[in-house]
Design a protein around this ligand. Structure first.
Ligand code: SF4
Length: 342
C-alpha cells in the first residue's frame, strides 16, 4: 500500500473559467473532474515505459508551434493557474500505481505547457512521497526564467526542455510565442536553471526542413546550446501531423549530418518509417480508417472515440498519413482527417 510519509499542504484550486467537456462544475463552484489526467504507460524512446500526466486543458500554451501535433494554440498564455484539483491528479497517479501499473518514469506533460500549472511543484513533491518511480517534466522552456518555476522543477529527476531556434527571427517563426517571450529570455532561463539543478537535462531540438536547418542557424543553435550545457541533446523532426502543413520533416541522412555537427552529446530520436509503422497496432489502424471513412474527424474526436490521449492518437495518425491512407485538411482553423487523398 502506498502512503504519504508526511502531509502536503494542499494548493488552493483556482477554477479554469471556460467550459470544457472533459469536466463540469457543480452549484458550489467545485470542479468535478470527469477526466483522467493519465495516459499510457506508453513506450518512449527517451523515457522507457512512461506514465504520462496531463496538467493543462487543451490547448493552453505559451507557444503556438508550427509543428505542434495537437494543432493550433487556442489559449496562448504565460499566466500560471491551478487548472484542476491537484488532489484528484495525485489520487489518479496513486490509484494507477496501486493497481499494478509499474512505469519506468512518471512524466508531467500536457495538452499544452505543463509549467503553466501552478500546482506542478506540489504534484512533483507529492509523487515523490508515494513512489520511488522517478519524475520527469517535459517543457517548452518558456517559463524557466521564473524563479518559482525553477524552484518547483528542482524536485524532479529529469527535465526535458526544448529549444527550436538559434536566433530570435527563427524562434518567432517556429514557436510563435506569447508576446512577452524572447529567445534570450528563454536561453538565459535555461542557463540559470542549469546552474542550480543537480538532475539530468535532456534538451530536445526539433528540426524543420528549410526553416531551422540552415548552416547559419545551426551555428547560432550551437552557441545557445553551449550556454545551456545540457546532459544530452535529442534531435527530432516533424514526424507527427503538424499544425501547419509547411512544417516538413528532415530526411534521416540530414538528421545524422546535424547530429555529427552537434557532437557526442547529440542523439537522433526520430525513428525511421519502418519502425514507426510497427507502432500503430492493427486494431487501432482499422478503427481509425473506419471512423474516417464515415466522415472527417478532428484529432480530438478520434481521441475521444478511441479513449486514448491526443499524444497517442497523433502518433497513430502520423503513421497513417505517412502511408497515404488518410489525409488532412484545415477548415475554419480546425484540422480534419479523412480517408483518401486531397
Ligand atoms: S509543441 Fe508543445 S510547446 Fe509547441 S505549441 Fe504544442 S504544446 Fe505548445
Amino acid at each position: 500500500m502506498l502512503r504519504y510519509h508526511q502531509p502536503l499542504q494542499r494548493p488552493q484550486a483556482v477554477l479554469w473559467p471556460v467550459a470544457c467537456r472533459q469536466f463540469t462544475f457543480d452549484a458550489g463552484e467545485k470542479a468535478v473532474q470527469m477526466k483522467s489526467h493519465l495516459y499510457g504507460p506508453v513506450v518512449s524512446r527517451r523515457l522507457g515505459l512512461s506514465l504520462g500526466v496531463d496538467l493543462v486543458p487543451f490547448k493552453v500554451c505559451s507557444f503556438d508551434c508550427v509543428y505542434c501535433q495537437l494543432g493550433r494554440t487556442t489559449g496562448k498564455s504565460v499566466r500560471r493557474e491551478s487548472f484542476y484539483s491537484a488532489d484528484v491528479i495525485l489520487d489518479q497517479i496513486r490509484s494507477a500505481l496501486e493497481s499494478g501499473t509499474s512505469p519506468d518514469i512518471i512524466s508531467f506533460s500536457g495538452s499544452g505547457e505543463p509549467t503553466l500549472n501552478s500546482d506542478l511543484g506540489w504534484l512533483i513533491r507529492g509523487v515523490k512521497q508515494i513512489t520511488h518511480v522517478p519524475v520527469a517534466v517535459i517543457t517548452n522552456s518558456s517559463m524557466l526564467w521564473d524563479k518559482q518555476v525553477q524552484e518547483e522543477l528542482l524536485a524532479a529527476d529529469l527535465i526535458l526542455p526544448s529549444l527550436d531556434a538559434g536566433t530570435e527571427a527563427v524562434f518567432q517563426q517556429v514557436n510563435r510565442p506569447h508576446a512577452s517571450l524572447s529567445l534570450e529570455k528563454i536561453v538565459s532561463g535555461l542557463a540559470d536553471f542549469r546552474a542550480r539543478y543537480q538532475g539530468k537535462i535532456r534538451l530536445e531540438v526539433l528540426l524543420l526542413k528549410g526553416i531551422n536547418d540552415g548552416s547559419e542557424e545551426l551555428e547560432r543553435f550551437r552557441e545557445q546550446i553551449a550556454r545551456i550545457d545540457p546532459d544530452g541533446i535529442d534531435l527530432n523532426t516533424a514526424i507527427r501531423p503538424p499544425a501547419e502543413s509547411f512544417a516538413k520533416p528532415l530526411i534521416p541522412r540530414r538528421m545524422e549530418e546535424i547530429r555529427n555537427l552537434f557532437g557526442e552529446r547529440a542523439t537522433v530520436i526520430s525513428q525511421p518509417p519502418s519502425v514507426r509503422r510497427k507502432r500503430c497496432p492493427q486494431e487501432v489502424r482499422e478503427v481509425i480508417i473506419e471512423m474516417l471513412g464515415r466522415r472527417p474527424c478532428t484529432m480530438d474526436e478520434m481521441a475521444t472515440a478511441l479513449g486514448r490521449h491526443r499524444h497517442e492518437v497523433a502518433k497513430f495518425v502520423g503513421v497513417l498519413l505517412e502511408e497515404r491512407l488518410i489525409s488532412q485538411k484545415t477548415h475554419e482553423g480546425r484540422r480534419y482527417f479523412f480517408v483518401g487523398e486531397e
